[in-house]
Design a protein around this ligand. Structure first.
Ligand code: PEP
Ligand code: MN
Length: 264
């Protein structure tokens, strides 16, 4: 398979504008679960850049369990995200839910995210595979490592090698956390594949107070980066407030990362 280490010995470096993942490069993606408005996003983006974050995230098409929950700002949100990224000097990533929106999304972002619920949307995978944009492929809610790697294979077979894998927790019998971060998947996938692997302790745990320790564990397990949800006032976030770090908490996490990266 194209994703496997046997096909390509050296690690693939995924380049998102001037930021890199893999081959020794470590980057942090941070931002709100959803883009909610322009002003707060700009302020947050500048804060994140100053804290050392490499890439700004923000959902504009939200895959909500209930159709009555906030669905994201759509095209208007894409404009807000691109503008905030530009003003802060950060590349941006957002999730595409529907293949019909892909061309529009690609005009606004530096990287496109395939969410957990779409990991096996094979039409969408093939279509992002035909683009030149880097792709952040999240592990499916209940996907095995093999299924996840085969999903990435769909993108690579179309000619796009710029794929970052993201472990974001899987469903288990445990309900105390939102999902269960599969920590072993990080070193395992790095042994099986040349693609960079990052971890998302926000969606993995669903609980703010667990995000930092679990994120640090993922770094020690060999992750090439982290994805972290941050909100200026999580108590009024329109989605995923319970797992969103406050800006100061994110800053502390960033400060601690340097030492971890030196000793791992
Ligand atoms: C997200 O990162 O915005 C998201 C919805 O995550 P996941 O697809 O992992 O649930
Ligand atoms: Mn979220």
């Amino acid at each position: 398979n194209l994703v496997s280490k046997e096909m390509k010995e050296d690690e693939t470096v995924v380049q998102v504008a001037d930021k890199a993942f893999g081959g020794g490069s470590f980057s942090v993606i941070a931002g709100p679960c959803a883009v909610e408005n322009s002003e707060e996003l700009i302020d947050l983006a500048i804060f994140l850049r100053e804290a050392g974050v490499q890439i700004l995230r923000g959902g504009v098409f939200k895959p909500r369990t209930s159709p009555y929950s906030f669905q994201g700002l759509g095209k208007e949100g894409l404009g807000f995200l691109a503008e905030a990224g530009q003003l802060a000097g950060l590349p941006v990533v957002t999730e595409v839910l529907d293949v019909r929106d892909l061309d529009m999304v690609l005009q606004y972002v530096d990287m496109v995210q395939i969410g957990s619920r779409n990991m096996q949307n094979f039409g969408l995978l093939r279509e992002v595979g035909r683009s030149k944009h880097p792709v952040l492929l999240k592990r499916g809610l209940s996907a095995t490592v093999e299924e996840w790697l085969l999903a990435a294979e769909y993108i690579l077979t179309e000619g796009n090698q710029q794929v970052i894998l993201c472990e974001r927790g899987i469903r288990t019998f445990e309900t105390a956390t939102r999902n269960t971060l599969d920590i072993s998947a990080i070193p395992l996938v790095k042994q099986l594949s040349h693609l960079p692997v990052i971890a998302d302790p926000s969606h993995a745990t669903g609980r703010r107070e667990l995000v930092v320790p679990v994120g640090r564990a993922a770094v020690m397990a060999g992750a090439d980066g982290l994805m972290i949800e941050v909100h200026p006032a999580p108590e009024r976030a329109l989605s995923d407030g319970a797992q969103s770090l406050r800006p100061e908490e994110l800053k502390n996490l960033m400060r601690g990362l340097k030492d971890l990266l030196l000793v791992r």
